[in-house]
Design a protein around this ligand. Structure first.
Ligand SMILES: Nc1ncnc2c1ncn2[C@@H]1O[C@H](COP(=O)(O)OP(=O)(O)O)[C@@H](O)[C@H]1O
Ligand SMILES: [Mg+2]
Length: 315
């Protein structure tokens, strides 16, 4: 599409790109530039140009302007009034312009959220909701979410289909350790939140089971999932390594608790070995490591602490 935009006069300070952005029409236009480089100025001028146009001028209340913060919505409105006053000063006899100044307070310049709120309020009857509704606060949302979760789980347990119910029990048993549903609720809640950051939450959720559909010859080491588990294990071991290194250094000090030096040394080496395995070992090797590892320091320290407590109680 060939666009005819006015020739930029020599006496304006707009850059060529700004000028193009002000007059671009008949297409979606994305203006992206650094803070303070003149995006809002361009947007205001786009609006002004549409309002003061000699051909088919529009009214300011026909524009929809949404911003992210209340502060910038207020600033937009203010700058719009200023620009209108300036236009009126240059063209004092224009009734159209005078009318715009009186309309500017009715103009749809708001945050995205309050615009959506206004739409929903206005069409509440079509949505079949109470027009007196309001936005819930964080605490109310948390309570509602708990209610919904409880309902969802209850409905799942009450399903007609026996196989379905069995599947639900297996799911809950796999993720909870005690009798209440807390762990599974937290999991569902987290999944929900994570799904919301995807463009298509439902699609993302439905794609998850694919990660568990595996060819017969696949081993646990082939799974993407095990890499994440190993990484998490490694991070925990690295944290432990920092602590044991500190402890080892303390036992080696002149007045340090020398009796612990030997056990600190053993654990130091053991944690190092664990980090090595979580980095390059197989899942089985990591399993064997944790199955056989003996945390000597931990046992000695806690045993000694117990003896200490008992002695103090006797005294
Ligand atoms: N081409 C320009 N020449 C001179 N000043 C400009 C130009 N473009 C914008 N400004 C001024 O720069 C300042 C910041 O512009 P603004 O539109 O608020 O930036 P942004 O919205 O990109 O953060 C404003 O005072 C504006 O009037
Ligand atoms: Mg801005």
């Amino acid at each position: 599409m060939v666009q005819t935009i006015p020739v930029k006069p020599a006496d304006v300070t707009w850059t060529d790109d700004q000028w193009k952005a002000i007059y671009a029409s008949g297409q979606d236009t994305l203006v992206s530039a650094a803070a303070g480089s003149g995006k809002t100025a361009v947007l205001i001028n786009r609006m002004i140009e549409k309002v003061v146009a000699t051909e088919n001028p529009i009214n300011v209340d026909e524009l929809l302007v949404v911003t992210f913060t209340n502060a910038s919505a207020a600033e937009m409105r203010h700058r719009m009034s200023e620009a209108l006053e300036k236009a009126i000063a240059e063209n004092p006899t224009s009734n159209h312009l005078r009318r715009q100044l009186s309309l500017v307070n009715k103009a749809q310049i708001s945050t995205l959220h309050s615009f959506c709120l206004a739409i929903v309020k206005q069409y509440a009857y079509l949505l079949d909701i109470d027009p007196g509704f309001r936005i819930a606060n964080e605490a109310e949302i948390a309570l509602l979410r708990d209610d919904v979760l409880a309902e969802v789980l209850e409905a799942a347990y009450d399903a007609e289909d026996e196989a379905h119910v069995q599947a639900i029990y297996r799911l809950v048993d796999s993720f909870t350790s005690d009798r209440d549903d807390q762990a599974i609720e937290t999991l569902i809640s987290k999944l929900y939140d994570t799904s919301r950051v995807h463009a298509e939450p439902q699609k993302w959720l439905w794609s998850l089971p694919k990660a568990y559909e595996l060819a017969d010859e696949v081993t646990i080491d082939d799974l993407e999932l095990s890499q994440y588990v190993k990484l998490t294990v490694r991070h925990s071991l690295e944290e432990a390594f920092v602590l044991i290194s500190e402890m080892r250094a303390i036992t080696l000090q002149p007045d340090g608790p020398a009796p612990y030096a030997e056990t600190a040394e053993i654990d130091f080496a053991m944690i190092q070995e664990g980090i090595r395995i979580s980095q390059s070992g197989t899942w089985q090797e990591l399993f064997d490591y944790f199955a056989t590892v003996k945390w000597s320091t931990l046992k000695r320290v806690s045993k000694d602490a117990l003896v200490n407590v008992e002695l103090q109680e006797l005294a």
